[in-house]
Design a protein around this ligand. Structure first.
Ligand SMILES: Nc1ncnc2c1ncn2[C@@H]1O[C@H](COP(=O)(O)OP(=O)(O)OP(=O)(O)O)[C@@H](O)[C@H]1O
Length: 504
């Protein structure tokens, strides 16, 4: 009996405990729900994929706000920093800028328009062996409009900071784009082509970008392709970078021979392109030809279609597929349903004749521009540009070391941007070396033009590429007189070298 009473009272004790526990847990859960609802109604939250443009805007804004400057736990990176978080270098083009990134372990806070903001970052494995980083932003406000305002401000600041830069991305992991550089825009004056070539392509691209409605009205896919072909080192890539700068478009570089690329990943890459960008496919022939390898070709002896032999052409069909991309895969990617509307394609090749006609037809590669070895005009203009300081007109050119040394004592003109910083007192005997822009403006416009004229007369028309001429001038960085005096011997040596293997 006693036992029964005891067990009955123990049962009631257990029951009471259970009820109290259930009550407490119920209360805790309800309070938590109320709290979550309350906080949710007080916060606006946004999540950004770390690789996305919007995350870049936000990171730029956070960097400017110095959110991570005082944090005790941060990640440090030298990749893609437009602001130097170390605070000792304000040059966005500097190679060694350091950027602070939020660590995945911590939450950071700041203010925007008197609203409290928290920022966190986390890393999620997508299940295919690749992890994706997310940036989480929470703003203490009931108005989503403020978040939009913040994003607008961040985008504006980012664009202003990048005005003089172009974004360069490459294909990564088969089907993704990764930004690898923010390059300074290349001014049109720095690419010396025969008159009208740059203007032809640039105006065509500008006209294309402003004709979206025209294309839509006629049901024509809104895209344009340019094929730049001809001599290596003639300025094809340089021109594309200039055009990207002039049109303020990013450049996405796709190498068809990259390992791991196949028809499917090519399709994904094309459909993952940002809106309005330039896609650059360099050496488009390399993916489909085995026999015509550019490194086997003498750069200055090969200029285009005519140099492809019948035998090489015969090999082509059999070589249509090397690696993972097939010609039909490329054609489908370019004009299939996955093709990105509004993109400009630039393809380059040194072997025009090796390309399949299907690739060359309008709608895929609409405008074909041939690049030649340097003309007399190009040699002259290259010389003038080479010995003129950037930001200066041609009346401010660098001068021969020899001439400089004989002139320095008498020179009392104002310092130009080219002038070297003065040597510290007491070590004037140290030879300062032969460096870029290390001399003042002692070469008049007339002298510079006259030297360029002499140089152009010595360089045979269409015999050397612009890259080769640039290479020659590099050896005379600060010695334009010597560059002219020794040019004839150089031309003779190069010509002899070229003839020698053929006759041997
Ligand atoms: N027309 C040019 N004007 C000024 N510089 C040039 C020109 N052509 C070539 N160069 C210089 O030569 C180098 C190589 O040029 P670039 O890569 O543009 O040539 P490319 O035609 O694309 O060569 P490749 O076919 O080998 O890719 C660069 O440093 C560039 O500055």
């Amino acid at each position: 009996m006693l036992f029964m009473l005891l067990s009955a009272s123990a049962f009631w004790d257990w029951a009471k405990l259970f009820l109290i526990g259930a009550l407490v847990e119920g209360l805790r859960r309800s309070l938590r729900t109320v709290w979550e609802r309350l906080t949710r109604s007080l916060w606006v939250t946004a999540t950004f994929e770390f690789d996305d443009d919007a995350a870049d805007w936000l990171m730029h804004w956070l960097s400017k706000e110095k959110v991570f400057q005082s944090a005790r736990d941060i990640e440090v990176s030298t990749r893609g920093g437009m602001i130097d978080d170390l605070g000792d270098n304000d040059d966005p083009d500097a190679e060694d800028n350091v950027v602070f990134l939020p660590s995945t372990e911590q939450t950071y806070s700041t203010w925007y328009k008197r609203r409290y903001i928290t920022i966190g970052r986390d890393r999620v494995n997508n299940g295919y062996g690749r992890s994706i980083d997310y940036l989480h932003l929470r703003m203490l406000t009931r108005s989503p409009a403020l978040l939009r305002e913040l994003l607008r401000d961040a985008r504006k600041a980012y664009k202003a900071a990048n005005e003089d830069l172009i974004e360069v991305s490459v294909a990564e992991d088969g089907d993704r784009w990764r930004r690898v550089a923010m390059q300074p825009k290349r001014p049109p004056s720095s690419v010396i082509l025969d008159p009208g070539v740059l203007e032809l392509v640039l105006n065509d691209a500008k006209d294309f970008l402003s004709s979206r409605k025209w294309y839509a009205d006629r049901g024509i896919p809104f895209r344009r392709g340019y094929l730049l072909h001809g001599a290596p080192g003639a300025g094809k890539t340089s021109m594309i970078h200039t055009i990207a700068g002039e049109l303020s478009l990013s450049v996405n570089i796709l190498s068809l021979t990259v390992s791991g690329l196949d028809d499917n990943s090519l399709k994904s890459l094309i459909s993952n392109l940002p809106k309005s960008c330039i896609i650059l496919m360099e050496d488009i022939d390399a993916a489909f030809t085995r026999s015509i390898k550019r490194d086997l070709i003498d750069p200055e002896a090969h200029t285009g279609p005519s140099s492809v032999t019948a035998e090489e052409k015969g090999d082509r069909d059999q070589d249509m597929k090397t690696g993972g991309v097939t010609l039909s895969g490329l054609l489908n990617a370019l004009d299939g349903i996955a093709a990105q509307e509004g993109r400009i394609l630039f393809a380059t090749t040194n072997s025009y004749g090796a390309l399949d006609p299907a690739l060359l037809r309008p709608g895929r590669l609409d405008l074909h521009v041939e690049f030649h070895l340097a003309s007399t005009y190009q040699a002259r203009e290259l010389f003038k540009r080479f010995y003129t300081c950037s930001g200066e007109d041609s009346s401010h050119s660098v001068v021969d070391d020899e001439k400089f040394q004989s002139n320095t004592s008498s020179s009392s003109g104002p310092a130009s941007p080219c002038e070297p910083s003065p040597m510290p007192e007491g070590i004037s005997s140290v030879y300062p070396g032969s460096v870029h822009n290390s001399r003042g403006s002692h070469l008049s416009a007339e002298e510079s033009a006259a030297l360029a004229e002499r140089f152009a007369e010595i360089i045979p028309h269409r015999m050397f590429s612009m890259a080769t001429l640039q290479g020659y001038l590099m050896a005379y960085k600060t010695r334009p007189y010597a560059a002219v005096d020794e040019a004839a011997a150089w031309v003779q040596k190069k010509t002899k070298n070229r003839i020698a293997p053929a006759s041997g």
